[in-house]
Design a protein around this ligand. Structure first.
Ligand code: PAF
Length: 287
């Protein structure tokens, strides 16, 4: 496994791989890797000859009062995990390498990015789309894998790739959960013991929604009310948003019909966690 820190070295390595006809799989990350990331690496490996993982805590996707400084980092541990997962290259640039002084061009999306997480984190998706575009130009992957936990990010990456004709296939990776249902996240490390227990309210609320949907409930209002009851009775939880939207345009859905995303962001103490579920209904079931 090679660790590459500069853009020119990464592009040179990629050129050689391309010349040799190798298919490149890419997993962009912000490090502090967990089993969720490793499942994305596994998917990339199945689809390609060489796997590149990038580790870069991207400053442009953090707001001024967010956790950029505190974001967990442990490169030695990440390196060992990547080695075990059979990664071929880690791209590990510095912030100065990625954003030299004077850099001023950003990738912006005007519609999908204003909703859900974009409404509470202005500028977040501009930072994500910009860094992912840069990484795509640096790594030039055939296939890139993104986790479904960041559902809106995944939706936006698809949009960007379509709108800007980026020659890469986007592969979604299913959410990986702890045995008790908590979605894996690098930010789970911030939780105290009590908060860790109470963080299960996100999954419980989604379970409730899935059960209601399975038993034929189609009213988004009723599902939201039932989910809110679970979240609002959890002492350390403060809901940032809880939305039922159409997957295609992320607009609010009144009925759970078609391709629906139920997404939520909840502060557990000071830690903001996100989770979601996709429900697809062809309406044989509606009452
Ligand atoms: O999902 C993430 O970890 C980040 O948003 C990404 C895609 C690596 C861009 O910084």
């Amino acid at each position: 496994m090679k660790i590459i820190r500069t853009i020119s070295d990464m592009q040179e390595a990629v050129q050689t791989l391309r010349r040799d006809g190798k298919r490149i799989g890419f997993v962009p990350t912000m490090g502090y890797l967990h089993a969720g990331h490793l499942s994305l690496v596994h998917l990339a490996r199945q689809q390609s000859d060489r796997v590149v993982v990038s580790i870069f805590v991207n400053p442009t996707q953090f707001g001024p009062n967010e956790d950029l400084e505190a974001y967990p980092r442990d490169f030695a541990r990440d390196e060992a995990l990547c080695r075990d997962a059979d990664v071929d290259y880690i791209f590990y640039p510095s912030a100065a390498e990625m954003y030299p002084p004077g850099a001023g061009v950003y990738v912006n999306e005007d519609h999908l990015s204003t909703k859900l997480c974009g409404a509470s984190r202005p500028g977040h998706f501009r930072g994500v789309l910009t860094v992912v575009t840069k990484l795509f130009h640096i790594v030039q992957p055939d296939v890139a894998v993104f986790g479904e936990k960041d559902a809106q990010q995944l939706r936006l990456i698809h949009q960007m790739v379509d709108d800007l004709n980026v020659p890469v296939t986007i592969l979604p990776g299913p959410i990986v959960r702890e045995a008790d249902g908590l979605a894996l996240s690098s930010r789970n490390v911030y939780l105290s013991e009590t908060e860790r227990r109470e963080a299960l309210c996100l999954r419980k609320a989604l379970d409730q929604a899935e059960q209601m949907h399975a038993s034929g409930e189609r009213s988004a209002r009723s599902v939201i009310t039932a989910m809110e009851k679970i979240l609002n009775t959890t002492p350390s939880a403060r809901v940032d948003y809880l939305s039922i939207v159409h997957w295609n345009d992320l607009s609010p859905a009144e009925q759970l019909e078609g391709d629906i995303l139920i997404a939520l962001a909840v502060y557990i103490g000071r830690t903001r966690l996100i989770d979601n579920t996709r429900l697809k209904t062809t309406d044989a079931h509606a009452s």
